[in-house]
Design a binder for this molecule. Structure first.
Ligand SMILES: NC(=O)c1ccc[n+]([C@@H]2O[C@H](COP(=O)([O-])OP(=O)(O)OC[C@H]3O[C@@H](n4cnc5c(N)ncnc54)[C@H](O)[C@@H]3O)[C@@H](O)[C@H]2O)c1
Ligand SMILES: [Zn+2]
Length: 671
């Protein structure tokens, strides 16, 4: 095959691909690939056509504007063609453009009118004697769709101009777009109604403007900003910026970001500033448009096939790009959460090279329908971590894709993993043993409500683990003064103190010990209830899920976390070692229920408390034999009322029920 033949084939392939993308984008308002992917192929085709001018054809997408007008609308022939814009993606190419302008200009410095590049679709709106008489889409640049009725419903667009010296004929051109907030709301509504949401605000604006039923268009949050004038009869200013001012004075909406700027530095600054401001703007912009301000110079520079020579769009780095998922790996977080991470073929997106994107959890994998080997759209906007936005199903190659399999054991410590029904996250059950969770587990173990080890703060735990001095909490107790004082910033006195407080912390309670193990969902109150119910550690270790659920405050999820935790050999080993190290607690005596001081008393708890949680009050009251109810009635004996107590307090007062505030309940509970 000759080289030229190959080039011809490549050109043909690019053209077909672009036509397909144009159809999805302009006709269906539903693109399947990000703009960056379209632009990449567009530029590649442009380059081939420049290198091989003999293969250029007026039918090439590089020579055309937009897509054909839909036949379901009346057609409008534009008196002046509506063109597209050339674009650049880096500051050097922008400098080249400014140099070309300088070469044509007789002036030392040329002024530019700089405008945000609004991300919507172009429309032509004709006012005759100040009245809106016709509106059309750009279509293929020569013929557009008549969307007058729909445009008339756009809230910020006047049907009639006001002010002085209005031209008898005025064609304004500008962008129909959707505010970000309106777009989000529209999509929420579509999803709730079981319909397909729009991919982005641009396509939502296009799809809404090109509705046959103008009532539907009217209900859509569309807006319009003018950025140029087409045909006109009358007097208009001779600069782009001054014309925009005139349009504004006639009551037409224009972006408040538009500026007239002289000098290269100021041109670049505008781009930097608006890029920073972009997330806070109410509408999407995808770059900045630089226009020669002087209309006479514009006319001198003229047009090429599909774009003026006197204007240039400097686009922001694309926030979406297409790449391939090469593999999926699983990371274990500090809390044991196992997160699938897509390993991507490196791709430049949002200004950086991205090779990983989180897939969050199993649900997200299902929602995306993603497979290893898939072609995906990756999104990175601002500083947000890269996400897989969607799978390009059209490009899936069944032979090259495989299902994503979640591991059954932790990739770090090999403990079993669990995913409790109703929870999105899959977790490692190796809590005390898992290296990924080590620091977190030891910090929790030492914390005030757990073993309360004085002098063992978070930073010290980090140091101990980083220096390989401890792997699990049980090893804390064999640390020596000598070892400890070898650590940076640790004197002998503090080392001695720590060894001493480790010694002291060994005397604890079963409830604190249970809590210190850091089992998910087992908080202080639950640990206290469990201790009270089972009395001994072996009894808790043996309890089945059903038995655990019978403990006050323990539901299905807590029971399962506890059950699985106590079935991991690694965890049992650490518990054994803790006991061997000397951790002990007083025996919990069988209480004679009939002797409980608050037996048969009903309490209600309301309001908020500073020194104790509501759950802890509840657990402590229950331990004393009381019942805790949810609402105040004649059967209530006592209301425990914290700060900001409301209707329950009022009712209890009305019924003459005993009321205890925070300090009174702390005294009653002996805290
Ligand atoms: N994802 C896809 O499949 C797909 C398909 C087709 C096109 N596209 C995207 O559309 C682009 C081509 O569309 P295009 O021809 O509309 O070009 P464009 O959007 O790059 O630039 C021209 C358009 O910019 C708009 N614009 C916004 N602010 C403006 C301002 N202040 N002054 C002048 N014009 C302003 C106008 O609508 C104008 O027609 C491609 O580069 C690609 O990004 C994507
Ligand atoms: Zn693990």
């Amino acid at each position: 095959m000759s080289n030229n033949n190959q080039v011809e084939q490549q050109i043909q392939q690019f053209r077909e691909l672009l036509e397909e993308y144009n159809y999805q984008y302009y006709v269906q308002d539903a693109p399947s690939v990000p703009d960056a992917e379209y632009d990449r192929i567009f530029k590649a085709l442009q380059r081939l056509e420049t290198e091989h001018p003999e293969l250029l054809s007026t039918n090439s997408p590089t020579q055309k504007v937009g897509g054909a007008a839909l036949s379901k609308f009346d057609q409008v022939t534009h008196q002046l063609p509506m063109l597209s814009l050339d674009n650049v993606f880096d500051s050097e190419s922008l400098n080249d453009f400014m140099q070309r302008v300088m070469d044509k200009s007789a002036l030392v410095e040329t002024a530019f009118c700089i405008e945000p590049k609004l991300d919507g679709l172009a429309a032509s709106i004709i006012y005759e004697n100040g009245f809106l008489i016709q509106a059309a889409t750009r279509g293929d640049g020569l013929t557009g769709e008549n969307v007058t009725e729909n445009v008339k419903t756009i809230a910020n667009l006047p049907l009639r101009l006001r002010g002085e010296n209005i031209p008898s004929l005025l064609e304004v051109r500008g962008e129909v777009f959707m505010l970000k907030a309106g777009f989000n709301k529209l999509n929420e509504g579509l999803i709730a109604a079981g319909e397909k949401p729009f991919v982005n605000p641009r396509n939502a604006a296009a799809g809404s403007l090109r509705q046959l039923d103008s009532k539907v268009a009217a209900a859509r949050p569309l807006a319009f900003y003018c950025y140029s004038v087409g045909v006109f009869e009358g007097d208009l200013a001779d600069s782009q910026y001054a014309r925009i001012e005139q349009l504004k004075n006639w009551g037409l909406p224009v972006s408040s970001e538009v500026k007239r700027v002289v000098g290269d530095d100021a041109c670049h600054d505008f781009y930097t500033n608006i890029a920073e401001k972009r997330p806070s703007l109410a509408y999407e912009i995808d770059g900045v448009v630089y226009k020669v301000d002087d209309i006479a110079l514009q006319q001198k520079m003229g047009f090429v096939a599909r774009a003026p020579r006197w204007a240039m769009a400097y686009k922001f780095p694309a926030e979406e790009a297409v790449t391939t998922v090469e593999n999926v790996e699983f990371q274990v977080g500090r809390t044991g959460a196992i997160t699938p991470v897509a390993k991507l073929k490196p791709v430049f997106v949002g200004g950086v090279t991205v090779s990983n994107a989180t897939l969050h959890n199993k649900d997200e994998i299902e929602r995306l329908g993603i497979l290893i080997g898939d072609v995906v759209v990756v999104r990175r906007a601002g500083d947000v971590i890269p996400q897989v936005a969607r799978v390009v199903v059209e490009q899936r190659d069944a032979a090259k894709t495989t299902k994503i399999l979640f591991p059954e054991t932790c990739p770090v410590c090999d403990s079993d993993v669990e995913r409790i029904e109703g929870e999105a996250v899959t977790r490692c059950t190796g809590g005390l043993y898992c290296e990924a969770q080590r620091k977190q587990a030891i910090k929790h173990f030492a914390s005030r409500k757990a073993l309360d080890i004085d002098g063992l703060g978070d930073k010290l735990v980090d140091l101990l683990v980083d220096h390989n001095m401890i792997k699990d909490p049980s090893q804390l107790f064999s640390l020596t003064v000598q070892q400890l004082s070898s650590l940076p910033r640790m004197g002998e006195t503090s080392a001695k103190k720590l060894v001493n407080s480790l010694q002291l912390s060994k005397k604890t309670t079963l409830a604190r010990f249970l809590y210190s193990l850091g089992i998910r969902e087992v908080g202080e109150a639950t640990a206290a209830n469990l201790a009270l119910h089972y009395k001994t550690l072996p009894a808790i270790k043996e309890a089945g899920i059903e038995s655990l659920k019978s403990v006050s405050d323990v539901g299905e999820i807590v029971a399962k976390h506890l059950y699985y935790f106590l079935r991991q050999d690694h965890n049992l080993d650490v518990i054994e070692q803790l006991l061997t190290a000397g951790i002990h607690w007083p025996e919990i005596k069988e209480v004679d229920v009939s002797e409980l001081p608050l037996l048969d008393k009903t309490f209600v708890i309301t309001g908020s408390f500073d020194a104790i949680s509501r759950n802890d009050i509840k657990a402590a009251l229950q331990a004393l034999g009381a019942k805790v109810a949810g609402s105040v009635s004649k059967k209530t004996n006592t209301l425990v009322a914290g700060a900001a107590a409301g209707s329950k307090l009022a009712k209890a007062t009305e019924l003459g029920i005993e009321i205890l505030d925070e300090s009174a309940i702390l005294i009653l509970l002996g805290k």
